[in-house]
Ligand binder design. Structure first.
Ligand code: ADP
Ligand code: MG
Length: 476
């Protein structure tokens, strides 16, 4: 079993990790909200960064995905906010609409004790006009992608005169996506006296350039990955290059994880693997830049609600996604960068769960495994594919199936309405109903695989919010 030693370098003490938020200079109402959300103790990145940011300093923070960075900056910008002043006082730049949506939701949750704080999400992929109308009505906080925010600045539909907090979230990914110039354009139009917070999962060169150009004496908090001992069980499988894609199926049939994130080094490898997995009967999907936003959303919904067993992705495509309950990470290719390897496998084994980190490694990749071993001070545990049981002939099926209902937020459908329709007259139990996701025009609900057909039939025969609805199984 491999354990990864925590490495930590920080300009402030992180002994406060695991301590309560009460020791921070936050208003009572905010502390009460945190209690309600069951944020009882600070995560390490929160404990390390909040004392700095609440004192008004600029910050560069690096910590892995899922470490609670959003609340770290959300608490800061809410603390800087004057709700009575109806002007944009905080702005968060994010690489994609998904991430902007996740950030918007988290800020909304944290802002619920304060009255009437208006948060707007401004991302590309939709028309400008409704966003301009919303901006005319005023907002306290905007969250958006750099390109779209730049558009609004060029049309003068967004006024940043009152801005006091600028956040660059997932800065590394924004740089990967070529947003440097757009970020620069936006940052130059923010008031000079603002506080600038930069958050990132990794620390590529461009970050320093951003910091130098747009921050004032930033303090740095860097939490290199600290995987908790024993939660991640890591194994390396020696393979020949030509058996690599087949080997993924062998691992899946042996370990039988409900949800697996499979990392490839290239997009082509993702496509090839997806073909092989589909031929073997696995429910697998891929995330890549060629998908339309709507398709991307559907992939993530199906993976998060456990109706898709395997999500195949490159590092860039998977970065920043907040996916809970991941039983396994498979490194289909070993990455040349040990830091990225640590980041990949840190996606599994969160919270109370154990997780598998399985890596396929051909002789030409051995030096990469050595680099990982050196960085993590651990001895790699080697296994052979031949030692694995096939798990019989039973295919690995996801426990849930996603149903799609035509009608969503526009029709004022809420999760309770869908749950009610299924557990009421339709007669299903709460346990047979999984995650419910509502978008503007569509509702997705996960149900247990064995009731999927019947659930579609009953939903189509019954009513939601007093109206007949169309429902069908979403094919992956
Ligand atoms: P990151 O941006 O670092 O990837 P997120 O901000 O998305 O991480 O947080 C990951 C998850 O942890 C979220 O579901 C969030 O609600 C939860 N979380 C954040 N802070 C705390 C806390 N102090 N206690 C409990 N859960 C938390
Ligand atoms: Mg984040």
């Amino acid at each position: 079993m491999n354990t990864i030693n925590p490495t930590l370098s920080s300009s402030s003490s992180v002994n406060a990790a695991g301590c309560s938020f009460n020791q921070l200079p936050l208003p009572e109402a905010m502390l009460a909200t945190l209690q309600q959300l069951e944020y009882l103790t600070m995560t390490p990145i929160q404990a390390a960064s909040l004392p700095i940011t609440l004192a008004g300093h600029d910050l560069i923070a690096q910590a892995k995905t899922g470490s609670g960075k959003t609340a770290a900056f959300a608490l800061t910008l809410l603390n800087n906010l004057n709700p009575r002043r109806f002007a944009v006082q905080a702005m968060v730049l994010c690489p994609t609409r998904e991430l902007a949506d996740q950030v918007t939701q988290e800020i909304r949750r944290l802002a619920r004790s304060a009255d009437n704080i208006k948060i707007l999400s401004l991302c590309g992929g939709t028309t400008m006009r409704p966003q301009m109308t919303s901006l005319e009505h005023g907002a306290h906080i905007v969250v958006g992608t750099p390109g779209r925010i730049m558009d609004h600045l060029q049309r003068a539909s967004l006024n940043l005169e009152a801005l006091n907090t600028l956040v660059l979230d997932e800065a590394d990914r924004m740089l990967d996506m070529g947003f440097y110039d757009d970020i620069a354009y936006v940052a130059k139009r923010c008031p000079a006296g603002r506080q600038t917070l930069l958050f990132s999962a990794t620390y590529p060169e461009g970050i320093d350039r951003l910091a130098k150009q747009f921050q004032r004496n930033p303090q740095e908090v860097k939490l290199l990955e600290q995987h908790e001992d024993s939660k991640i069980r890591q194994r390396f499988y020696e393979i020949k290059n030509e058996e690599r894609l087949q080997a993924v199926g062998i691992l899946l049939r042996h370990y039988r994880p409900v949800s697996t994130l499979a990392f490839c080094n290239t997009k082509q490898q993702c496509r090839d693997l997806l073909d092989v997995l589909h031929k073997q009967g696995f429910h697998a999907l891929t995330l890549n830049g060629d998908l339309e936003q709507r398709e991307r959303d559907q992939v993530l919904i199906q993976f998060a609600n456990r109706s898709c067993s395997v999500l195949v992705a490159t590092d860039v495509a998977a970065r920043g996604l907040d996916i809970n309950q991941l039983e396994a990470v498979i490194n289909v290719d070993v990455t040349p960068d040990p830091e990225i390897h640590i980041h990949r496998i840190g996606r599994t084994g969160r919270a109370e769960e154990n997780g598998w980190a399985l890596s396929l490694c051909s002789p030409s990749e051995w030096h990469r495994v050595n680099a990982i071993a050196k960085m993590t001070h651990s001895e790699p545990e080697w296994h052979s594919l031949a030692s694995l049981e096939s798990g019989g002939d039973s295919p690995l099926l996801p426990p849930m199936v996603t149903l799609l209902i035509l009608g969503g937020r526009k029709e004022k459908i809420r999760p309770g309405d869908v749950l009610g329709a299924l557990t009421g007259e339709a007669g299903f139990t709460r346990e047979q109903v999984g995650k419910i996701t509502i978008t503007d025009q569509t509702t997705f609900v996960a149900v247990a695989r064995d009731i999927a057909r019947e659930a579609v039939r009953k939903l189509s025969a019954g009513k939601i919010k007093g109206k007949k609805v169309k429902a069908r199984i979403l094919k992956d």
